[in-house]
Write a protein that binds this ligand. Structure first.
Ligand code: GAF
Length: 386
């Protein structure tokens, strides 16, 4: 972390020729369980990870905004007057979209000063670990401070979501930004996506001798297009047909009636969301009563539901999950929006190398590219670093 912070400070000075007002950071996230439940106003249980995005920001005395990053070789410049979703594209839509969205949540964009912003990150892009929410969280926290907006973290999460929905054009829910802004060390964030009530649930992984292994398949996913939006539309169709505001309002006991009313595909989409909400509640209860070693079956069941009912897995993710399970993982599932990205496996420390060797072997045997394997810990959410 010190390296990222020092690096972004040095780079800010060499690019903009002055010191920034401060450095802020926000982490990526992994979702332990609760997939595609957030936009159905249900429950999720993500945690912030020990991979972060840092943002160095300095106010200007004019109305110009300049943003740069260590991963894109360009400096994007725009006047605050012209800041609108239509004017934004590429990677800079993430930080600039946040500046625009703050205007939707009370910032007077006609009165605030411009700024220079530089971003660096060690959250892998395209791995399903929310590198985008990390940029949004760091930018939102920084602008909230320097523009003295006084918005709370739940509101900043909504700002990030609005930016992603409107400026970037991805119809995502509130989970990723909430995890990035509300996460704490060694705890998962149990979020009710209707009320936005968030409770921290201690994970106790180290005490239990367990690690969360990320298996990044390298298969890229893009939320702005295709399957994600189509799944969301199916859920909305299902909710309308069942006469509820959102699938959150459907319980496991309602599923027999749902089967009578809905076509097969819509029914299976609904069944995933309804049973996944229940699995989140069961996981939270199990973690509190029995600890992390007892949640394996819930993780496994979540993967089966995403593979068979929601149909958002791919062969590489299925292979990752099955190989981890067969070699000592307590539980495993794909994580995030699906169609690529990463799986997670909950692995006893003494089985970690066996699982890793087996994954490398299985991917090679199937002719798939080598997966990236690394463990993550539950870390602190967004902070001002200096
Ligand atoms: C992506 C989205 F950004 C989240 O809002 C969530 O819907 C997730 O996919 C699926 O659970 O990460």
């Amino acid at each position: 972390m010190t390296d990222l912070r020092t690096g972004v400070l040095d780079d800010f000075v060499s690019i903009f020729g002055r010191e920034p007002d401060g450095v802020w950071s926000s982490p990526g996230r992994v979702n332990l369980i609760g997939e595609h439940t957030d936009y159905n106003l249900g429950f999720v249980l993500p945690f912030a990870i020990n991979r972060r995005t840092v943002a160095a920001l300095g106010l200007r005395d004019d109305r110009t905004v300049r943003v740069g990053s260590t991963f894109a070789d360009e400096l994007v410049e725009i006047d605050l007057e012209r800041l609108s979703p239509d004017a934004l594209d590429g990677w800079s839509a993430y930080p600039l979209g946040v500046a625009w969205a703050l205007g939707e949540f009370g910032a007077d964009l006609a009165a605030v000063p411009g700024f220079d912003l530089l971003i660096d990150s060690n959250v892998p892009v395209g791995a399903g670990l929310s590198s985008s929410a990390a940029i949004e969280g760091a930018t939102a926290l920084a602008l909230n401070d320097v523009w003295r907006l006084g918005l709370d973290r739940r509101t900043l999460a909504r700002v990030g979501q609005r930016s992603e929905n409107i400026a970037v054009g991805a119809p995502t829910g509130i989970m990723d930004q909430s995890a990035s802004l509300l996460g704490e060390q060694d705890a998962a964030v149990f979020l009710d996506c209707r009320s936005l009530d968030a409770q921290l649930v201690p994970l106790g992984l180290e005490e239990a001798g367990l690690a969360v292994l990320i298996i990044d398949t390298g298969v890229t996913h893009a939320h702005a297009t295709g399957g994600y939006a189509e799944r969301r539309a199916s859920c909305e169709t299902g909710a309308r047909a069942l006469g509820v505001e959102a699938l959150r309002d459907v319980s496991v006991d309602d599923l027999p009636r749902a089967r009578e009313i809905l076509d097969d595909v819509t029914f299976r989409r609904v069944r995933h969301v309804v049973t996944e909400d229940q699995r989140v509640l069961d996981t939270v209860r199990t973690l509190r009563e029995s600890g992390p070693a007892a949640i394996g079956e819930l993780l496994d069941a979540s993967h089966v539901s995403m593979r068979d009912d929601f149909e958002i897995s791919v062969p590489e993710l299925d292979l990752a999950v099955e190989t981890a399970q067969a070699n000592g993982a307590i539980g495993a599932r794909m994580t995030g929006g699906g169609f690529g990205g990463s799986a997670i496996a909950l692995v006893p420390l003494d089985a970690l190398s066996r699982v890793q060797v087996a994954l490398d072997g299985a991917f090679a045997e199937h002719g798939f590219g080598q997966p990236e394997l690394f463990t993550v810990t539950a870390s602190q959410g967004a902070v001002r670093e200096s």
